[in-house]
Ligand binder design. Structure first.
Ligand SMILES: [Zn+2]
Length: 314
């Protein structure tokens, strides 16, 4: 087994030097994207927040007002109680309140979230090819849509697991059932004290297994997924065959995990091509336009359009 390519070597902090918005007509871009997919033997998906937004996941606006009104009344809207991203950083006064909030977010944005039709279409693009997925999304949607669990590497954790808040040991715990029970028992934005989980090793508070500080736990499964990701890259490179990279709704929040590395792969290896789908930030590298297409459009439109062309011209 060739393990030359690791996640650490894949990562890149360097933006491209020559970003442009392509001025080709939309239909031409769709045709080019479909062609790049058809030619490829390997597909690597890179998922960012924009993919789930396009699929229908909601974080703020009227969705937040409707579901979190009691939290807004109790804590005030302020800087935090505006959307599920900001609210997670609220300095909750105690653990009962912390889990009162987080159990709700995990239920709505993870356990109960089901926006999979667009994800199902995305998966179909890899039909008959070898595929892998690297994701900074934490909502579990790719798996819900039917993607195999051993072909995805979620680098930032998820809404389904908890860990020792101070990372005293490298293990994560399934929180799904606990979130469901908390969701039933919540009163005045708090869960009863007996429901508050404690670290089985140090007895301290538990927290979400989401990368937000230096205490994020990368457990055994995280490392296994990291290893499989490296193996996929190594095998794809060694095959000499074409690899299409699909950068989906990845913005500039954490560009070093998917956006920049994908661009680097195109620069360094002629086997690689890149399809970037993004509502507003689908810039690509001018020097590599023959192998890159950037479609500045709702992903909810571009994925079905690409799939249509891929399926009709097999
Ligand atoms: Zn602990």
């Amino acid at each position: 087994m060739n393990s030359n390519l690791t996640f650490q070597r894949f990562l890149s902090g360097r933006p491209a030097a020559d970003y442009i918005f392509q001025d080709r007509p939309y239909e031409e871009q769709i045709a080019q994207a479909a062609e790049l997919i058809k030619e490829a033997d390997y597909v690597l998906y890179g998922l960012g927040a924009g993919m789930s937004t396009a699929a229908g996941a909601q974080y703020g606006g009227s969705f937040f007002e409707e579901n979190f009104s009691e939290f807004q009344e109790k804590y005030g809207k302020g800087l935090y109680m505006r959307d599920m991203y900001s609210a997670g950083f609220y300095p909750f006064p105690d653990e009962e309140s912390f889990w009162g909030y987080w159990s709700k977010q995990c239920m709505l944005a993870g356990v109960k979230l089901d926006v999979t039709p667009l994800y199902r279409m995305l998966i179909q693009l890899a039909d008959g090819k070898k595929g892998f997925c690297i994701s900074t999304n934490v909502d579990g949607q790719m798996i819900k849509a039917g993607w195999p669990e051993d072909k995805i590497f979620c680098t930032q954790g998820d809404y389904f697991h908890i860990q020792c808040q101070k990372k005293c040991h490298e293990k994560v715990y399934d929180g799904t059932k606990m979130f469901q029970q908390m969701d039933q028992a919540r009163k005045d934005c708090k869960v009863p004290s007996y429901m508050v989980p404690k670290c089985p090793v140090c007895g301290g508070p538990m927290g979400m297994n989401l990368r937000c500080d230096e205490y994020f736990v990368e457990d055994e499964n995280w490392h296994l997924a990291e290893g499989r990701f490296g193996e996929f890259l190594s095998e794809a490179y060694a095959s000499g065959k074409k690899i299409v990279l699909m950068c989906l709704g990845v913005g500039f929040n954490t560009p070093t995990i998917i956006r920049y590395p994908f661009e680097k792969m195109v620069r360094e290896n002629k086997q690689c091509s890149l399809i970037r789908l993004n509502l507003t930030e689908a810039v690509i590298q001018k020097s590599y336009q023959d192998r890159e297409v950037g479609i500045n459009e709702s992903i909810a439109k571009s994925i079905p359009d690409i799939l249509n062309v891929v399926k009709t011209k097999k």
